[in-house]
Design a protein around this ligand. Sequence first.
Ligand SMILES: NC(=O)c1ccc[n+]([C@@H]2O[C@H](COP(=O)([O-])OP(=O)(O)OC[C@H]3O[C@@H](n4cnc5c(N)ncnc54)[C@H](OP(=O)(O)O)[C@@H]3O)[C@@H](O)[C@H]2O)c1
Length: 339
Amino acid sequence: MNPAPPGPVLVMGAGAVGCWIGGCLAASGVPVTFVGRARVLGALREHGLTLTDLDGGVRSVAAGSLALAPAPPAGSAPALVLLCVKSGATAEAAAELAAALPAGTLLVSMQNGISNAALARSHAPRLTVLPGMVQYNVVELGPGRYHRATFGILAATEHPALQAWQPLFAAAGVPLELHRELAPLQWGKLLLNLNNPVNALSGLPLRAQLLDRDYRACMAALIAEALAALHAAGIRPARLTPLPPAALPAALRLPTPVFRLLATRLLRIDAKARTSMANDLMQGRTTEIDALCGEVVRLARDHGVAAPVNERISELVRAWPKDPRPRGGAELRTALGLA
Ligand SMILES: NC(=O)c1ccc[n+]([C@@H]2O[C@H](COP(=O)([O-])OP(=O)(O)OC[C@H]3O[C@@H](n4cnc5c(N)ncnc54)[C@H](OP(=O)(O)O)[C@@H]3O)[C@@H](O)[C@H]2O)c1
């Protein structure tokens, strides 16, 4: 039997990550309220939730047993809030939570980037806001259908109230690691996410883009700049791949036949998979570029080093709505000022 939860969970931002983590918890008996937009809530109301993963696991939650809300219900008292909106929606979501929930409510940001928890805290100072991290990729396959497409764990900053949740997350199949310092893990993940703008600007599926040496040279340059900024700041990014972070740029620059042999695990991805930034660009939505390359540029600036490649690619992503044109590998290299 699963341990009793300390109280209900509220997912703020029912999308890929929110439906996956919240759905796994709900499927294992934790009471979860999903706060989201009409499109997703309508799909959940009609189809319920089906959760699949690359290990072949399938779980489901019937539509009738899902608690759905268009905004954080006033007067509710969740024991845990999972903040799962994209970075551009953090401030507004945090302000809504601050207005609806009791002081001291525990909120964990499950978002990418480095500064979302701090931003949420500044808009919800009465709540207890902690940084978290989702190492794996989750995709929406169809209405109410979410799929964990890669391996990895969830992580958050240590807090006594979170320890009680660990057995529940483990029982739900979404193990949660607690770390005294989350920054090394967040930066380790961010380094890998620096491929997101390259993939988005390529217009190609992820696998095809990673098999192009010119695109990999762009990713290598973005990572090399980030590593220099991290070194200057005294931050050691965590190793989230078989290779240590410092070895990534050289590995990415290898000729494609050699890279293909080295990166068999990395390349074990659905041939159609794209990054969420690619989908955001295609659908004209705000991207998370500022939470990725923007963080590198700020860290570099704060520590007296430069990050011109991260600056340039940020400009290209921001210019996409006016110039929505996929760039070939060699063209992107040139646009980023790489030899
Ligand atoms: N997907 C992944 O594989 C993955 C993996 C690791 C980390 N992450 C990170 O997790 C975060 C969420 O990503 P995601 O892919 O799950 O995004 P997503 O699918 O876009 O889900 C977020 C959902 O929250 C909704 N939302 C935004 N503000 C809201 C509000 N105030 N009230 C209710 N709903 C609101 C969004 O609606 P609108 O579209 O209308 O704003 C969207 O439906 C991001 O920081 C991402 O980088 C994602």
